[in-house]
Each structure stands twice: as structure tokens, then as C-alpha cells.
Write a protein that binds this ligand. Sequence first.
Ligand code: ATP
Ligand code: MG
Length: 230
Amino acid sequence: MISIRNIVKKYRSGSEEIAALGGVSAEIRAGEFTVILGPSGSGKSTMLNMLGGMDRPTSGEILLCGEDISGFSEKKLTDYRRKNVGFVFQFYNLVENLTAYENVAIAADLNGKADKAAEALRDVGLEKRMKSFPSQLSGGEMQRVAIARAVAKSPRLLLCDEPTGALDVATGDMIFGLLKKYSHNKDAAVVVVTHNPEVAKIADHVIRLCDGKIVADESPCLHLIEARAV
Ligand SMILES: Nc1ncnc2c1ncn2[C@@H]1O[C@H](COP(=O)(O)OP(=O)(O)OP(=O)(O)O)[C@@H](O)[C@H]1O
Ligand SMILES: [Mg+2]
């Protein structure tokens, strides 16, 4: 669904230039739960931001169905994000004085899909907490509201930056399960950045970054299918 080709991203800090990404190429496919792993500073968030059109590469191509989004105008990029991309972050970013339902509805409403808010909250198991405020919810529940908010507009691409970084292991596993289910049920591309190498076990596609380079790109399920075909 999205191909990135030879992406380089350099940042300038003072007189120094930092290469956050040093020429990375990958395919992000619909219907797959993709995990990006790598040490701190390896370029994971930078890569996610490129895919989501939040930042532009210094060079290289980001092809969405054959069209290079890196050359889009600001307005076209905003449209691209609004129509196609959902984001989930580590610290939820919920609006404190709005209920769970209202948090999801205002985002869903961007695309005229406010009616989807209740459905999205039901899908993440929060039908009984719609009227709760963020301060009345646990960390796992807040992250589920954030996921409902991101998926309410049915994005084809769901990008998650350390969505379980603030959660205990069991709650984190539940969140990963929900995200994987979304990719399969909705034929969406879900890309998750995490520090948790265990998640690779349930992923359809694993990309490992180190020092701004891809050091491994594995699709365990494809290998299984190929092995079965032999
Ligand atoms: N806006 C920026 N300006 C300057 N340097 C940046 C900027 N954003 C990222 N970098 C640098 O680029 C490199 C990659 O950063 P990135 O945030 O992608 O790493 P990461 O793999 O997400 O790390 P972490 O696991 O700590 O979140 C780092 O060395 C970082 O300091
Ligand atoms: Mg990061």
C-alpha cells in the first residue's frame, strides 16, 4: 500500500548534521500488522512521521498507490492525513474535559462520521465507559479511547508510536491484540513502533532499525506460507 524508497532524513542542529534515516526502503502492506523495532535514536519515530506525512524526507520517495506524497503541497498533505491516516501516541493525548464518547466523536466528525464514535468505542470494549472522563479511566482504557478515536474514521493507515509505553505488560498485550485485529478486519495497514521485542512474535511484518538503517525486514507469515507450499 505504501512503498518508501531510499528515504534519507537529515536534521541540522547548530553546525552539525544528523542523519536520522540513512536511506531506508520498505513496503507497508494493507491487512498487515507491521512492527518497527530498534534502539532509542535509531529513527523509528522519524520513519513513522514520514509514512504519515507529518514530516518530509530530505530525499527519497514515499509512494502511496504509485503517487509520491513527498512532493505534495501542504494542503494536499493535510488532506492525505485527514483522509487516510490515524495516529495513536504513547500518552493518549485525550482532551481532559471531554468524555470518552466526545473525544472520539470530535475526531470522527472531521470526516462526517460522528455516528462511528459509539461503534468504535464498542469495538474496543468500552461501551460502558462512554460517559467517563479521561481522569476516571485507567491507562489501558485511555489508550483504548485513543485507538477508538484513531480508527473511528476507518483510516487505511494506522500509525502508533509506542502505544503501550505507559502500560503494564498484560494491558499492552491487549492493545497489540486490538491493533492486529483492526489490520486484519479492516484490511488496513497498521504500523506500530515499540521497544518490546516480544511483539515481533505476533506481527505479520517486522522491520528492525539501527542507526537510521534497516538491518532486518521479515514477514514471518509469508515464510510460513512459502514453507507450506513447498
Ligand atoms: N526534529 C529533530 N531535530 C533534530 N534531530 C532530530 C529531530 N528528530 C529526531 N532527531 C534525531 O534523529 C535521530 C532519530 O530520532 P527518532 O526520534 O526517529 O528515534 P527513535 O528511534 O524514535 O528513538 P526513541 O526510541 O528514543 O523514541 C535521533 O538522533 C534524534 O536525536
Ligand atoms: Mg521515538
